[in-house]
Each structure stands twice: as structure tokens, then as C-alpha cells.
Design a binder for this molecule. Structure first.
Ligand code: FEO
Length: 397
């Protein structure tokens, strides 16, 4: 296998999972696969930073064996308990039988509750260091980025930050570095990753980045535990995280998201988007029943305006849009404007239900909802067009 040296004597020994399509128990669709990155540091003392998903244990072991006998490993740094990074620990610990596991107090507790094994464990906290000889491992606790146990490891001699899940992307690739891969694709996957995993922890992320900046840590390379390593321009992803965490949309555009029973709400959605476009604002349209939610959330991260619609069904909204709204509520997204629309037969509760949920989600409702009875008439569709235009004007303002 190819040996990949991140910097001198730091090797990437993780694995690429080409075929994974669903992550986190089907909450995240990984159309481009993923990787579980682990790093082996060769010095007077040998350290392995993180492991991989358990089913890839043998591949990790083979990669390590190409560089060193695993029994020579002195430290295994567990930056995070989640099984995509700790799953290979039971197998590695059998071979690295003199190795000390290193992690936060929460990590120790979490690993025990996963593997029920009393490994030799050294608890560390922010500021603690382990000298490997030429290189030093400095630890930075990072609770809730994105589990309570999460930690970053930093190697000052290489200005190399190993932040585990932070700054990752779900990409399977033969390329390992940001200067080797299409950067549009890379940023798209980084945004999708932030939107689906990290938005709820935005305040924690801002504080952590601020803490790291104030501590004077100089970062030349960021090597996360999923996807591509940032060495060309690591600040690009850090600055994107700051923008996303502040809830600042990248674009003043509109996404129209809807669910429809017999096509009436869909006709409304199409005309609303036409109105948005007529005002010179870019827009996108998604039928939530046929589009992957993971992808739509990425656009929610980057877009300023959300127009959401549903037919009224059993005095309620349709189930897919209900699930999506519930997800949006959990994201606690900021700095967005929205409104609602929908068709109905006799009672027409859907638009109000959506409006209330948008408000509960922290989205500013800037326009009263629009409804149409049964199939929208020509006048209804003209009104939808105007509605789209009015919303676009609010967006511009
Ligand atoms: Fe990649 Fe939180 O695990």
C-alpha cells in the first residue's frame, strides 16, 4: 500500500470507506463515501492518533505494520469515543500491548461504556503535553465538538492540528490533501458536514476557535479524522466555520421547500420561485419527498431565505415536511428569513403550522402565508408570483 506522509514522520494510516452511503444511523447520506483517518507518529516514542471503524481494523493494522511493528506503539491518542474512530481499539490494543491510551476524562468513561475493558489509560486536559522526543503532543479539550469527550491534539513542531471530527468532510478519495482535489467539491462536502453535524454546536465552535487563536497556536496543517487534509490553506476552512457558526448565510438567495399531495402546492411553489427569480434573486426548489434531506440542509446553511409549503392533510402538514421542520428546529439556525404557503381543501391549517414552527426555529417570518383552495386558479398563481417577488424584496432589504 502507498505510504502517505502528512509531514516528516507523521503518516496517514487510516482507511477509505468507498461504499458507505448512510452515516450516523441513516441521519446523514454520504453519497461520496468517507474515510476514517488515523495518524502514526514515528519518534523516540511512537504514537497513534485515533483508530478507525471496527470493520476496518485489519486494514489499519496492515498500514501500521508497513511502517512499524504495532507492539512498539507507546501511546494511542483517543481524540473521540465514537466508534468510527475507536472501533479498531480492541484489535489494536491486543497488538500494542504496551501502549497507554490517552484521552479526556469523558473519553475514559465513554470508552469503558463501549468496550467494557480496563485499558491502561492516561487522562489529559487542555494544556497537558506528552513529549515523544522530537515532537510534542499538546492536548486541547473540545467538548461538544461534537461529543462531550472530544479533544484536539496539536503538534507544535509541525504546526499540525489533529482535531478529529472538526473540519472533516465525508469524501472517499485516493487524494489526501486539499491541493490535490477539486476545491468546489471539497467545500461543498465540508458545508454539508457542518450543516448536518455541527450547526447545533456553533456557539461552542466559535468559543473554541477564539480560544485557540488567543492561545497563539500557529496552524499550518489541519488533519481531520474524515476526508481531506487542509495544508494549502487551512484558514479557509477555519474562516468558513466562523461564518457558518455565526449563522451568516453565504448567499442572499431563496430555497423553496415543499411537500404536495396532488400537485397543487407544487404549482404554487413553482410560481413563487418564478416571482423570486423575477426580482433578480437566485432560488432553488426542493420537493422534500424526493430530495435527500442531508443535501437540502447544506443549502439551508448557505441561504438567507426559506419559503416552506405543505398541503393541509388531516388538519396538519404532510409528514415529510413535518420531519424536516422538526430537524430545522433542532439546528437553532440564525439570521434567516422565511414564510409559508400551501393548498387546502376545507380547513387550511398547514400554512399557520409552518409559520409557527419557523418562528419557534428562530427564523424571522417576514411575510404572511399564502394559501389556495384545492387547485390554484390563475389568480391564485398570479398571487403566488407576487408573493415570491415580495419575499425577494424583503430579502434584498
Ligand atoms: Fe466521526 Fe463523532 O465521529
Amino acid at each position: 500500500m502507498n505510504k502517505i506522509e502528512v509531514v516528516k514522520n507523521v503518516y496517514s494510516v487510516g482507511v477509505v470507506d468507498w461504499n458507505i452511503r448512510n452515516f450516523h444511523g441513516y441521519t446523514y447520506t454520504t453519497n461520496r463515501g468517507s474515510s476514517y483517518n488515523a495518524y502514526l507518529i514515528i519518534d523516540k516514542k511512537i504514537a497513534l492518533i485515533d483508530t478507525v471503524l471496527g470493520s476496518f481494523s485489519n486494514e489499519l493494522i496492515e498500514r501500521i505494520k508497513e511502517i512499524i511493528d504495532p507492539s512498539k506503539i507507546d501511546y494511542i491518542i483517543a481524540n473521540h469515543v465514537e466508534t468510527d474512530h475507536s472501533g479498531a481499539l480492541p484489535e489494536i490494543m491486543k497488538l500494542a500491548n504496551n501502549a497507554k491510551l490517552v484521552g479526556t476524562a469523558k473519553c475514559k468513561e465513554g470508552l469503558f461504556r463501549h468496550y467494557y475493558t480496563n485499558w491502561d489509560f492516561q487522562t489529559v486536559k487542555t494544556g497537558d503535553e506528552i513529549s515523544l522526543g522530537e515532537k510534542t503532543l499538546k492536548f486541547i479539550e473540545a467538548p461538544m465538538i461534537h461529543w462531550p469527550d472530544s479533544m484536539f491534539t496539536y503538534i507544535p513542531e509541525d504546526k499540525l492540528l489533529l482535531p478529529n471530527d472538526a473540519f472533516g468532510q465525508h469524501i472517499a478519495s485516493t487524494e489526501k490533501f486539499d491541493d490535490e482535489i477539486d476545491n468546489c467539491l471539497l467545500m461543498e462536502e465540508a458545508a454539508k458536514y457542518y450543516a448536518n453535524i455541527l450547526i447545533p454546536y456553533s456557539q461552542v465552535i466559535l468559543k473554541k476557535i477564539d480560544e485557540i487563536v488567543k492561545s497563539g497556536i500557529d496552524i499550518k496543517i489541519i488533519a481531520p479524522s474524515h476526508g481531506i487534509i487542509w495544508r494549502k490553506d487551512p484558514m479557509k476552512i477555519v474562516n468558513s466555520y466562523i461564518q457558518w457558526a455565526k449563522g451568516l448565510p453565504l448567499k442572499k438567495d431563496v430555497i423553496v421547500i415543499y411537500e404536495t399531495m396532488w400537485g397543487a402546492t407544487e404549482k404554487m411553489a413553482t410560481m413563487i420561485l418564478e416571482g423570486v427569480k423575477a426580482s433578480g434573486i437566485e432560488g432553488k426548489l426542493y420537493n422534500i419527498s424526493v430530495t435527500d434531506r442531508t443535501e437540502i440542509i447544506k443549502d439551508v446553511l448557505n441561504s438567507k431565505g426559506l419559503i416552506m409549503g405543505s398541503s393541509t392533510h388531516d388538519n396538519n402538514i404532510l409528514p415529510n415536511i413535518a420531519g424536516f421542520l422538526d430537524f430545522i428546529k433542532g439546528l437553532r439556525i440564525k439570521n434567516r428569513i422565511g414564510t409559508s404557503f400551501g393548498s387546502f381543501g376545507w380547513s387550511g391549517e398547514s400554512v399557520k403550522i409552518i409559520e409557527n414552527t419557523l418562528k419557534e426555529s428562530g427564523i424571522e417570518v417576514v411575510l404572511p402565508p399564502i394559501s389556495a383552495k384545492y387547485t390554484p386558479s390563475e389568480d391564485d398563481l398570479k398571487n403566488c408570483f407576487e408573493f415570491g417577488k415580495q419575499f425577494a424584496e424583503k430579502l434584498k432589504g
